[in-house]
Write a protein that binds this ligand. Structure first.
Ligand SMILES: *[C@@H]1O[C@H](CO)[C@@H](O)[C@H](O)[C@H]1NC(C)=O
Ligand SMILES: *[C@@H]1O[C@H](CO)[C@@H](O)[C@H](O)[C@H]1NC(C)=O
Ligand SMILES: *[C@@H]1O[C@H](CO)[C@@H](O)[C@H](O)[C@H]1NC(C)=O
Ligand SMILES: *[C@@H]1O[C@H](CO)[C@@H](O)[C@H](O)[C@H]1NC(C)=O
Length: 492
């Protein structure tokens, strides 16, 4: 007996994720472990996520770094999927609280303390969280609170008026404010999410206007060269005024965002018997549009193989954020360079592949053939301390890789990614996504169209400020024409 005790202790400390890929209970348990890890990284007593409240810790350089606000919205979306797929509702209370806490005075995910640094993509990550809540039948807020569908419509309406035809023949700029770095950048994540939200709203509401605006964004991506029409690689962005795609780096969430949007468009135009068709288009089965989006969905899916599934590197079908992770080509000799945002990107590719799997039966085998090997590899990467189940960033190395690599802050991205990957393996058993006919969430097509407290943040007048961000005078132009000068910033 006495000899056995240390041995048992040792065994109980070896807490690696023991994933049996063919056993649903084992997959669910692995996802639950990751959901709990994510919760551990969420500050106690502060059930919402924004700078200063979620995981802000001193970095090794002595500066305070933390998670950006958008990643809170991303985490809420991840937990909504977790609930939807596993039916474990233990995080719902904090998710609902966070989603409602951040709506801002105009119920459009432009809370005043975020608007100065607001990127369209930041707002959109909260938008897709509430859109998922509507589609997945997540419990509705009390009637005196803003409702999921209306919130998503507000985000769409706020963004669609920022469509900028001054340069590049259209497109959304990354940043909302001209004083911010990135205002002169039109990027795939902002435009991809506008496309995706439009496509999902079309699918959910049956309103053709959303589909038309979504298609406009999707086409623009191709015209400008952000989506390569040969191989469907999705590049990061282009600067105004020349609109040349200078940054050809590929991030998995860019491609995944377009993929899920294409899947929603396919479903919108197809007569899906599980989801009663809402529109004449769908009822009749709009064959050319359906064929088009089926093609595009497959094209985008094939496009992610080379950059994100290591087709050329001898380790096929294991997801890798190739823009910043270590590479099997040099036996992982170069350390990863992924920043705090990029560590979470595989979460969204996993999520968006799951969404596509639900709506597009023709993708199912293809998607699972990539997610299953990724999950087997990821489980082996979750053996770090503390707890013996801390996950690394790389899923390819067959072991914990030491993430977050000496930087004090970290972990949310790594664990969100692994959680979304594990739970998506069970997507085949999930309930069909709802539409306005089958769902309960209340909408408001006019949400987010008023001038509101902080205005619609539309920019007016010619662009004069370049990438000079953070320096100089921060000029805030709201729709009502108020110019606010921030006194604390001075010329360098
Ligand atoms: C930001 O605003 C929210 C309310 O929308 C508030 O709860 C939160 O404390 C604010 N955060 C900071 C860092 O000021
Ligand atoms: C369809 O969406 C557009 C754009 O948001 C909106 O103006 C219109 O009122 C909507 N139509 C219906 C019937 O809801
Ligand atoms: C698209 O991909 C093809 C094939 O790799 C390449 O030749 C072409 O230069 C790419 N186009 C753009 C605009 O990057
Ligand atoms: C879909 O792709 C096939 C094969 O490349 C092509 O023949 C067909 O014209 C495409 N359909 C549409 C509607 O784009």
């Amino acid at each position: 007996m006495k000899l056995l005790t240390p041995l048992l202790l040792l065994l109980s400390l070896t807490a690696a994720i023991d994933l049996n890929i063919d056993d649903k209970a084992s997959i669910k348990a692995a996802a639950a472990r990751m959901a709990a890890k994510l919760r551990e990284l969420y500050p106690r007593g502060q059930p919402w996520f924004n700078p200063g409240e979620f995981g802000i810790l001193p970095s090794t350089t002595g500066k305070n770094i933390g998670y950006y606000w958008w990643e809170g919205g991303a985490a809420m979306g991840a937990w909504i999927d977790y609930w939807f797929i596993t039916k474990d509702d233990q995080y719902n209370a904090i998710v609902t609280e966070a989603l409602l806490h951040q709506v801002g005075p105009d119920n459009d995910y432009q809370p005043p303390n975020q608007t100065l640094s607001l990127g369209n993509d930041d707002q959109a990550f909260w938008g897709i969280a509430v859109l998922a809540a509507a589609e997945k039948g997540y419990p509705d807020p009390p009637p005196d609170k803003p409702q999921w569908l209306a919130l998503a419509q507000a985000v769409f309406n706020r963004q669609v008026v920022r469509w900028d035809t001054e340069f590049c023949g259209g497109g959304l700029r990354w940043q909302v404010f001209r004083s911010n770095q990135g205002y002169n950048y039109k990027n795939s994540i902002s435009n991809g999410l506008l496309f995706q939200i439009g496509a999902r709203l079309a699918r959910y509401t049956g309103n053709q206007t959303y589909a038309d605006l979504a298609k406009r964004t999707y086409d623009w991506q191709k015209t400008i060269g952000l989506t390569n029409t040969t191989n469907y690689y999705v590049y990061d962005g282009a600067h105004v005024p020349d609109c040349v795609v200078t940054s050809k780096v590929q991030w998995s969430y860019n491609a995944g965002t377009l993929l899920a949007g294409a899947a929603a468009m396919y479903d919108y135009y197809s007569a899906d018997l599980l989801n009663p068709p809402l529109t004449a288009q769908a009822t009749l089965g709009n064959q050319p549009s359906m064929d088009f989006w089926q093609n595009e969905t497959m094209n985008l899916l094939r496009g992610i193989d080379m950059p994100f599934f290591n087709m050329n590197d001898g380790l096929p079908n294991i997801m890798r954020e190739s823009g910043c992770e270590s590479s099997p080509r040099d036996n992982f000799a170069r350390p990863p360079t992924c920043n705090i945002d990029q560590r979470s990107f595989k979460a969204y590719l996993s999520r968006f592949m799951g969404y596509t799997h639900q709506l597009c039966p023709f993708t199912r085998d293809y998607i699972m053939a990539r997610l299953r090997p990724s999950a087997i590899a990821a489980a082996k990467a979750c053996t770090g301390q503390p707890g013996g189940d801390t996950c690394g960033l790389s899923w390819l190395m067959g072991k914990y890789d030491g993430a977050p690599y000496g930087v004090v802050v970290g972990g949310v991205g790594e664990h969100m990614a692994t959680m979304e990957l594990f739970q998506t393996l069970l997507i085949g058993d999930a309930a069909p996504l709802k539409t306005m006919k089958t769902g309960t969430s209340k909408g408001d097509p006019a949400a987010g169209t008023g001038s509101g407290t902080v205005g619609d943040l539309r920019q007016t007048g010619p662009t004069t400020v370049g990438d000079r961000a953070g320096a100089g005078i921060l000029t805030v132009v709201t729709a009502v024409g108020i110019v606010a000068l921030s006194a604390w910033l001075v010329w360098p």
